[in-house]
Structures are given as structure tokens and as C-alpha cells.
Design a protein around this ligand. Structure first.
Ligand SMILES: Cc1ncc(COP(=O)(O)O)c(C=O)c1O
Length: 458
């Protein structure tokens, strides 16, 4: 009846099947991509099947094949096929996951997966939760709850009084992602509130330095933000000790575990998040290491009242259904996609062991890749993987290692067999290795090492 649906499913399946043979990179010339996609808007439209066929052809060159097993840029997962299939159903059902009355199925699925996720991630079952677009909005949601609590403790309501004239808040951080700072900006806390706590050489927060900082201003409303897996090295702050020290000083502990929180799913890596259950809020993603399609992040909060007060929204036309949960009371959005459905399908398919297996396999393969790259001439390993992140650079006989590193990365990506991202770390240009894709195999690692070798020789 709608042939465009069948055809789109066919094209999508063909795309995923072909990833192994595709170059990873997208067409580098924006003009060529624009030339394909910049069509004239017609008055009367076009047949849907034609639109789908042309879309598939025209979009192709501009797709960065980050779903490939040889993609190591940023922190990007793939999508386990069952979650992609469930995502298609999510679109077809087109539920508004704002409230129970809008979609009982979407609401109940979120209740169910929240329980499963808390179990897998080792979080307390009493924690409240919100399913959001990603870790950025998870920070926003969790820190809104933190803002509420630390100011309410001083008799101030952020929700009704705003922040003009409020007691100032400080946010103590070690390694942190830029999205944390943006959440603070969105929340009106501002980046001037951020205090950098001294760190050890391994990128973890120095607990004594934190304690000294906390003692400096014992009555100040304080949030301590920790990294469970930082972007570059995958370093874990000492969560257990920091929670104890922070709570002794009445501070709220927030954890950025965009990908690193998933270490909790693996018996082999769980020790890295020891004490995780003691924190006050957690932000993480499912679109990274759980390998479900974008957009899929979660905030969890150990203080449901603070969370709900920060997010609640009164509306005369809301329909209350007894004994049910309305998602709009807990998240920053009103109308939204039923983004829990792909997660539900992924978790049911993988089970606890399947999730652990993805985490452990990615870590093993990252270690293998970094070790083998380190064995090549003039490759310096700057950070051995703790979990699924590594850093290397390429040494130049004339000493310009930064230029050499950028040039080699460009060559690898241009060739298209694999894809890595550059960054500046500790004042050096480096190549980041981030492996979060369930699809990556040992053959992918072999192919990647060969591609790097070829780029080094070119
Ligand atoms: C440690 C960390 N925190 C937060 C984020 C932001 O996550 P998202 O892009 O899902 O908002 C990232 C993204 O890579 C990350 O690595």
C-alpha cells in the first residue's frame, strides 16, 4: 500500500550489509554534497517512491559511515539491528512520549527499561530517571535537580526566584566534557562557577585537593562533577572516596558517564565505578556504548523530589491516570519521540551478558589496536586503554610531530579504510582511538592496522 516503506527498509538493510565494503569517510567536498541534495522545492510534490530512491542515491556520498566497524572517531556507537528495527516501529507508531495518556506503551516501556538500566549500571532502584536526547541533555536535567537541591538547602527556590540574587553555586570538576559546561550555561549557573580541582597525572581527581577546596567555603552550595570515563583516556575519578568526602561537606555529586558508566555492566570492569551508587545524579548515553540509534541518553537522580521539582510542568489539559508516570514531569521536553522503544528491544535481545560482552569485546579490541599501532615505526602510544579509548601520535624525524600526526590522520581518513579523529591533548596533536561499536571484529582491527601502516609509508 505504501511501497516507499518497503523500499526504504530494503535500502536500509542493504546499506548496513554493505558497510564492510564501503569507505568509511564521507565525500570531503561540501559542494559535491550540496549539488546532489540541493533540489528545487516543487509546487506539487513528487511520488514518494521516487523521493525515497533519489534520497538514498543523493544522500549516499555525504554519509560518514560511522556505523562501520572501522570507525574510531569521537565516541560513536553503531546500532544493533534489533534496535534499528524497533526504531522503525517507533516511527511508524509515531507515539508522543510526553505522558502516559499520550501513549501508555511508551510510558510503561520507559518504566521497565529504567529498572533494567539501574540494575545493569549498578544504580539505586529508588533513583528517578528521564530519557533524553543524549548526555548533553542528561547533564542539563540532572544538574537542574542539583541546582534545586543545593539552593533549597539554603532556603532559595531556583524554580520560582531564578538565580538573580541567589546564593552563588560552585561546581568542582576534574576532567570534564564541554557539554557539562554548556549545561551550566543553560541553567544560568554559568561557567565562572567552575573550579578546577587538582588532578593526578593519570587524569583522575586528587581527593585531598578536593577536600581542601570543599573546606575553603564550607557553606557554599556545591556540586562536584566527576568523570566515569573521560573522553580522551577513559580515566575514572575515584568515585567512592569522592562521594564520601563530598557528602561530608553537603555537596551534590554528579557523574558524567556518557560511555564509561557502562563499565558497570561488565564484571571485568565494574571495579572502575566502585561506589557509583553513592552519587546523587548520573548522566549517560545509550547511543554510544549500548549501540542503539540516536538520540538516546538518560539522566538518573537519587533525589526524586528535587528532580521532579526542577522539571515539573503544570498544564490544564493534562490527563492524569492514576498510578502512572508522566514523562514530562521528569524531562526537559514536552512532545517527544518514544525513544525508549529501541532501548527496550536492544536490552531484551542482549540481556545482561550480551551488554557485558559488547563492553568487554570493545575494550579487548581497543587494547589490541593500540598495542599493534604502538609496534609500528615512529608511533608513540600516549595513553594505553583503560577501557575503550587510546591516544597515539606519529613522530616526525625532523621533530614536527604535530604536523606529522595531522598529516597521517588525514591520509588514513582520505584513504577511507578506517576513520580516526585528531585532537590536542596535553599540548600535543594526537590521534584519538575510540571503539564503541558492536560491529568491530578482529578482521577490522587487521584492516585498520594495515591502513595506518600504508598511511605511514605514503
Ligand atoms: C564524556 C562525555 N560526556 C558527554 C558527552 C556528550 O554526549 P552527547 O553527545 O550524547 O550529548 C560525550 C560525547 O562524546 C562524552 O564523551
Amino acid at each position: 500500500m505504501n511501497p516507499e516503506l518497503d523500499r526504504a527498509a530494503e535500502i536500509a538493510a542493504e546499506y548496513l550489509d554493505s558497510l564492510d565494503q564501503q569507505k568509511v569517510r564521507a565525500e570531503p567536498d561540501p559542494e559535491l554534497i550540496r549539488a546532489k541534495l540541493h533540489k528545487e522545492l516543487t509546487d506539487d510534490g513528487l511520488p514518494p517512491l521516487q523521493v525515497i530512491e533519489e534520497l538514498a542515491d543523493d544522500a549516499r556520498d555525504g554519509l560518514l559511515n560511522s556505523a562501520s566497524g572501522r570507525f574510531y572517531g569521537w565516541v560513536i556507537g553503531g546500532g544493533v539491528p534489533v534496535s534499528v528495527a524497533a526504531d522503525w516501529l517507533t516511527s511508524a507508531w509515531d507515539q508522543n512520549a510526553a505522558a502516559y495518556a499520550c501513549s501508555p506503551t511508551a510510558a510503561v516501556i520507559e518504566d521497565v527499561i529504567a529498572e533494567w538500566l539501574k540494575d545493569i549500571l549498578g544504580l539505586p532502584q529508588h533513583a528517578s530517571y528521564a530519557f533524553v536526547t543524549g548526555c548533553q541533555m542528561a547533564h542539563f536535567t540532572a544538574l537542574a535537580a542539583a541546582r534545586h537541591k543545593v539552593l533549597a538547602d539554603q532556603g532559595w527556590s531556583a524554580e520560582t526566584q531564578g538565580l538573580a540574587g541567589s546564593p552563588p553555586i560552585r561546581v568542582l570538576v576534574g576532567e570534564h566534557h564541554e557539554t557539562l559546561l554548556r549545561a551550566l550555561r543553560h541553567l544560568g549557573i554559568g561557567t565562572d562557577a567552575v573550579v578546577d580541582v587538582a588532578m593526578h597525572d593519570d587524569g583522575t581527581m586528587n581527593v585531598e585537593a578536593l577536600e581542601a577546596e570543599l573546606k575553603k567555603n564550607p557553606d557554599m552550595p556545591t556540586i562536584v562533577s566527576l568523570a566515569a570515563g573521560d573522553l580522551n583516556r577513559g580515566a575514572f575519578d575515584p568515585i567512592d572516596a569522592i562521594c564520601d568526602v563530598s557528602h561530608a561537606h553537603n555537596a551534590w555529586v554528579h557523574i558524567d558517564g556518557a560511555f564509561g558508566l557502562w563499565a558497570a555492566a561488565s564484571p571485568r570492569y565494574r571495579h572502575l565505578v566502585k561506589g557509583i551508587e553513592k552519587a546523587d545524579s548520573w548522566a549517560t548515553d545509550a547511543h554510544k556504548w549500548l549501540n542503539v540509534p540516536y538520540d538516546s541518553g538518560m539522566a538518573f537522580v537519587a533525589h526524586p523530589e528535587a528532580h521532579k521539582t526542577a522539571m515539573t510542568i503544570p498544564a490544564a489539559y493534562k490527563i492524569e491516570v492514576e498510578n502512572t508516570r508522566d514523562q514530562i514531569e521528569w524531562g526537559p521536553e514536552w512532545s517527544r519521540r518514544a525513544r525508549g522503544i529501541p532501548l527496550y528491544a536492544a536490552l531484551r535481545t542482549l540481556g545482561r551478558n550480551g551488554v557485558a560482552e559488547i563492553i568487554e569485546r570493545c575494550c579487548d579490541l581497543t587494547r589490541d589496536l593500540v598495542t599493534r599501532l604502538g609496534g609500528l615505526d615512529n608511533v608513540e602510544v600516549l595513553s594505553e586503554p583503560i577501557i575503550n579509548q587510546g591516544l597515539v601520535r606519529f613522530l616526525d624525524p625532523n621533530g614536527d610531530h604535530d604536523a606529522r600526526t595531522d598529516a597521517v590522520i588525514e591520509r588514513i581518513n582520505e584513504d577511507g579504510e578506517a576513520w580516526f579523529g585528531p585532537t590536542t591533548w596535553n599540548g600535543m596533536r594526537v590521534m584519538r582511538i575510540s571503539l564503541s561499536n558492536f560491529r568491530t571484529t578482529t578482521e577490522d582491527i587487521d584492516r585498520t592496522v594495515k591502513a595506518v601502516e600504508a598511511a605511514l609509508q605514503a
